[in-house]
Design a binder for this molecule. Structure first.
Ligand code: NAD
Length: 237
């Protein structure tokens, strides 16, 4: 039997589809006279203080994601027999034909802001009146984007915490692509795979902390490197 391949993707994999990462200037958003960094807006604290401004940012980002198309990296991964874990909320892996574990959620989905249930709902296609339409279908209270915010914790039912850890601990090969190593679960995934003796391949256009622990470092855009690996031009191990 082939060794299990686990792939962990981050915002860099969607950069070539035209979706900004959180590092560039395009990530900022203006509310009133103030410019907010994504790390300030993508928080439960910001949503509590100004829910409709945070929703406006998410609706804008959702529109960017829906206009974007999967690139060669998403398409190649859809052909690779692997377990795919993604930090991306843009839905591009799904649209390319993969069924990823979306550990930071999905920008096309919403859930109850008051946690009346664990259900996750597809957002309406067109939204003309956010305050009326962004409601929990179960209790009628305010809905929130189904994403993991920076001041929130991972869990299994919504964000596949245990599943990701288990897959990492069993991986023989872990491909990490387009992520800057700044979030907690990705660190755990890479650490567990390293401890298990997996071959770890870091694909990124820049040096990053995952490169320090990787068995193999590829400094190239994901849309070039991933199809090459999948095609067998670059053997994973
Ligand atoms: P990040 O923005 O912190 O870092 C992106 C990483 O991708 C960087 O290390 C950068 O060097 C690399 N990169 C940029 N272009 C690349 C390319 N063409 N090929 C390969 N690598 C490239 O992103 P992150 O580490 O994923 O963490 C930020 C969090 O913000 C994510 O977990 C996610 O939830 C959210 N986010 C999601 C999206 C999306 O869904 N597309 C976009 C922005 C942010």
């Amino acid at each position: 039997m082939d060794a299990p391949i686990v792939v962990l993707t981050g915002a860099g994999v969607s950069a070539e589809s035209g979706i900004p990462t959180f590092r560039g200037k395009e990530g900022y958003w203006t509310v009133g006279s103030r410019e907010y960094h994504p790390q300030e807006l993508a928080t439960h604290a910001a949503f509590t203080r100004m829910p409709w401004d945070v929703w406006a940012w998410y609706l804008h980002r959702r529109a960017v994601c829906r206009r974007a198309e999967p690139n060669a990296a998403h398409k190649a991964l859809a052909r690779l027999p692997c377990d795919l874990i993604t930090q991306n909320v843009d839905g591009l892996h799904r649209r390319a034909g993969s069924r990823p574990y979306a550990i930071h959620g999905d920008i096309d989905h919403m859930r109850c802001a008051n946690d009346c249930c664990l259900d996750i709902f597809a957002m309406p296609e067109e939204i003309t009146d956010p305050k009326a339409e962004l409601r929990c279908p179960r209790c009628g209270g305010m809905a929130r984007p189904h994403v993991l915010w920076f001041d929130e914790s991972y869990d299994e039912p919504r964000f596949f915490l245990e599943t990701s850890r288990r897959l990492a601990a069993q991986a023989r090969t872990l491909i990490v692509a387009g992520t800057s190593a700044q979030t907690n679960l990705p660190w755990q995934i890479v650490t567990l795979a390293v401890r298990a003796g997996a071959t770890v391949i870091d694909i990124n256009i820049e040096d990053n902390p995952f490169g320090d622990v990787a068995t193999r470092v590829i400094r190239a855009p994901a849309a070039e490197a991933i199809p090459a690996i999948v095609a067998g031009h670059l053997q994973p191990d």
